[in-house]
Design a protein around this ligand. Structure first.
Ligand code: NOJ
Length: 763
């Protein structure tokens, strides 16, 4: 479609009009092969292409691939399968599609490869905590190598929902609370999965999900309504999707929930208007599992046929498992033939995805059993998993340099059943990860302990199990040890889909274990295992050190040992703050200031709770190091700049300690006076750098005023004239240097401000 037509269409849609007239122009964008196929297809074959069927469940892959299912493929009733795997079984399925169906259209094979396939990496919130998008690209590349060797073409990742409420169980799957950080992690993953050339046999089609505000359900309850302003939608929740679009994401998935009453699976304004029209996304849109049928539960359709018509018209191309497109959409089309144009476009987009993957030319390229046998869990992949896991951990507290533990550490008690829980380290989407591949925390600590250090273990108590009989044994061990490594937290089953919690404290048995062990007086380091921020004020008061380890994947134990014993200085940073209590969420460093900003003095009436301090327990961006860093002045290349000019902000950072370590230098912005209230602070850049003892590096950020633009309407963002304040520092609550810039005029841009990357470098 020509750009101008698209823009007009987008404007029409944004004004609430429909897109029927566009359909024929839309087909022109597809190849001759695709158009030729569309013109030959029967209605049934078209509906078949729109159908994604489950080849199994996520934990029992391929289990539904019965002979009847092969007949469906022969008849052209299926376009794609999910929850399938294996070079050989999928080759047979593909052969039936290519050689025994009328038009020989290949199938698309998909799976949730979210943080690894066989080599599992840290859960995504942990990946984001490394504050290095390159780590995500490396992990996604390895995942793609492995998954494609197993016959897969398509992953339902990256999950890029911004989430500020840790009650929501799926916070574990994303990059946390911040749109700028989230956008960087989104594009990094798309690049890793899709590589340079989607037609190569080792690249996976990526799915940015869940479009557009799944991470903000009311009360943090999964699937719930997102009752948010249009400004929040565009400034906070959509920028990662824009970044994924620019990075070339080949597909997206709609969210289960509604935004202000419009379920995303039927949101024509958002899908055909904003995403395809204004942003020019040209990929494939997939519904989430059964979401089309669930439009009836949302109360916007009374029959499955109506639900199908709504989703198709909104711009959904493929139906994940509800069967509505395959079965009832024909009825809707019979009563409203104008849907045929949308149908053809949906089919064309699906065929184009298959074409981009090279499947028409080489349908069996992904089915090399020899490659599958050698590509999974290689020593190199394990080494990367260990390196990245060590970079993901966040040292929340370290009183009196309790960590690292060295040769003189003496007797170390490892306490807590999570220390030997391999399944939990595999996280919430384990794809084909195997518990036996995992180096548990206990094994890693035992194997990597410095000479002369003794490691003993007591399970104490397991989360989710109220049997406390092991606590006495743990206390006895703690009392006769020199240091306790207390491994407590949430098991994998407490986070993820449909795992929202109303209580962000540790599970009861974990609290009881911690209390008893802390009473012994032996120094305690908590190794926190979790998929979400937890409310742990007691640990923050009483433990000597707290290392947040998330759930780290197959190399968990080795990576934990690398940090605990000091081979690696921790440099992960929180991608979302930790609250003091459950009642304090959602909270973000980036809220708009109130007319009466929060103040520590309780005699004043300000924007706060009266029963706790005004700060979170650990702020966004927080994370300690074994080294110390000093920041110099923040300088700006010019005191004022035009709205289209680029300025350079630079800050020298020195490692004043005696050991090499990484520091994450963070750049925040504030627009102090604008036509509408702006957030207190907004992240606008970060660089993770390595500094030798005594070394100084100057970190440079290239900032453009468009990164401060204010949302007016989809595709219309205003740069206002006036002052911008910048702060560089080690966390959102640890700002070390400031500078200002005067923007000398106004301008209009089209890109969500937080989606724009700030190129960074250091020298
Ligand atoms: C439902 C989840 O919301 C989605 O993220 C996932 O990709 C599908 N199920 C398929 O497993």
């Amino acid at each position: 479609m020509k750009r101008s037509i698209k823009k007009i269409l987008a404007a029409m849609l944004c004004a609430g009009m429909t897109a029927v007239a566009s359909a024929q122009e839309g087909l022109e964008a597809h190849s001759q092969r695709v158009r030729g196929l569309v013109s030959q297809m029967t209605l049934e074959e078209k509906l078949g292409q729109l159908t994604q069927a489950a080849g199994g469940r996520s934990m029992s892959l391929n289990s539904r691939l019965t002979p009847d299912e092969l007949d469906r493929v022969r008849r052209g009733e299926v376009g794609s399968y999910l929850h399938v795997a294996g070079a050989e079984p999928l080759e047979e399925l593909q052969r039936v599609a290519v050689e025994e169906s009328r038009l020989g259209i290949p199938l698309l094979f998909a799976m949730d490869v979210v943080h690894g396939y066989r080599t599992l990496f840290p859960v995504p919130i942990g990946m984001a905590a490394s504050w290095d998008p390159n780590d995500w690209t490396v992990a996604a590349r390895i995942s793609a190598e492995e998954a494609t060797a197993s016959g897969l073409h398509w992953t339902f990742a990256p999950m890029i929902d911004i989430a500020r409420d840790p009650r929501w169980g799926r916070i574990v799957e994303g990059a946390g609370a911040d749109p700028y950080l989230g956008a960087r992690m989104a594009e990094a993953q798309v690049r890793g999965y899709q590589g340079e050339n989607l037609a190569a046999r080792n690249t996976l089609l990526a799915t940015a999900k869940h479009f557009g505000a799944y991470g903000v359900p009311l009360g943090g309850r999964d699937y719930g309504t997102a009752d948010i302003s249009e400004r929040s939608l565009h400034e906070i929740y959509l920028p990662p999707f824009h970044a994924a679009t620019r990075a070339g994401a080949g597909s997206m998935m709609t969210a289960f929930n509604d935004i202000a009453g419009v379920p995303s699976t039927a949101n024509e304004h958002l899908i055909d208007g904003v995403l395809r029209g204004v942003w020019e996304f040209d990929g494939l849109m997939l519904s989430d599992w059964n979401a089309i049928a669930e439009l009836i539960n949302h109360g916007i359709a009374s029959t499955r046929a109506e639900a199908g018509a709504l989703a198709l018209r909104a711009g959904v191309d493929m139906d994940m498992t509800s069967g509505v497109f395959g079965r009832e959409l024909a009825e809707a089309i019979a009563s409203d033939p104008s849907l045929l144009a949308d149908l053809d476009l949906a089919v064309a987009r699906i065929l184009t995805a298959k074409e981009r993957l090279g499947l028409f030319d080489a349908p069996y390229a992904y089915h090399d059993a020899g490659r599958e046998a050698s590509a999974l869990l290689t020593p190199d992949s394990r080494a990367e998993a260990r390196r990245i896991a060590a970079r993901s951990m966040v040292l929340l507290r370290n009183e009196n340099e309790a960590l690292p533990l060295n040769e003189g550490a003496g007797r170390i008690a490892v306490i807590g059943a999570l220390a030997e829980d391999a399944m939990t380290q595999l996280g919430s989407w384990r794809a084909r990860g195997q518990a036996e591949d995992v180096v548990t925390i206990l094994d890693g600590l035992r194997e990597n302990a410095p000479a002369g250090v003794q490691v003993e273990y007591s399970a104490g108590a397991a989360p989710g199990n109220e049997d406390r009989s092991g606590i006495a044994d743990a206390v006895e061990l703690a009392a006769r040890s020199d240091h306790v490594l207390l491994v407590i937290g949430e098991p994998y089953s407490l986070s993820g889909e449909a795992r929202s919690r109303s209580d962000l404290r540790l599970p009861q048995s974990q609290r009881a274990l911690a209390r008893a062990v802390l009473e012994t007086g032996t120094p305690v380091t908590v190794l926190l295992v979790t998929g979400r921020p937890l409310a742990i004020p007691d640990l923050a008061d009483r433990a000597d050190a707290i290392l947040n380890t998330w759930m780290l994947g197959v190399e968990a134990g080795n990576a934990v040992a690398d940090v605990v014993f000091g081979a690696v200085s921790p440099a992960g940073r929180l991608p979302v703050s930790f609250p003091r209590t459950t009642g304090a969420v959602p909270f973000t460093y980036s809220e708009n200031p109130a007319g009466r900003p929060a103040h520590p003095d309780l005699d004043r009436d300000t924007n706060r709770y009266i029963d706790q301090p005004i700060t979170p327990l650990y702020a966004f961006g927080h994370g300690l190091s074994y080294a110390r860093f000093e920041y110099g002045e923040l300088s700006v290349s010019a005191a004022s700049a035009g709205p289209d000019e680029t300025v350079i902000l630079s800050v020298p950072v020195t490692n004043t300690s005696g050991r090499a370590a990484d520091e994450v230098v963070q750049l925040y912005m504030r627009d102090p006076v604008a036509s509408i209230a702006r957030p207190r602070l907004e992240l606008r850049g970060f660089e993770r750098i390595t500094l030798e003892p005594g070394e100084t590096r100057t970190v440079r950020f290239e900032f453009r005023p468009a990164q401060a633009a204010i949302f007016r309407a989809p595709g219309i963002w205003d740069v206002e004239a006036g002052r911008l304040d910048f702060h560089a520092g080690a966390a959102s609550d640890d700002l070390r240097a400031s500078a200002s810039l005067e923007i000398g005029g106004t301008a209009q841009t089209s890109v969500p401000a937080a989606a724009i990357a700030t190129p960074g470098s250091s020298e």
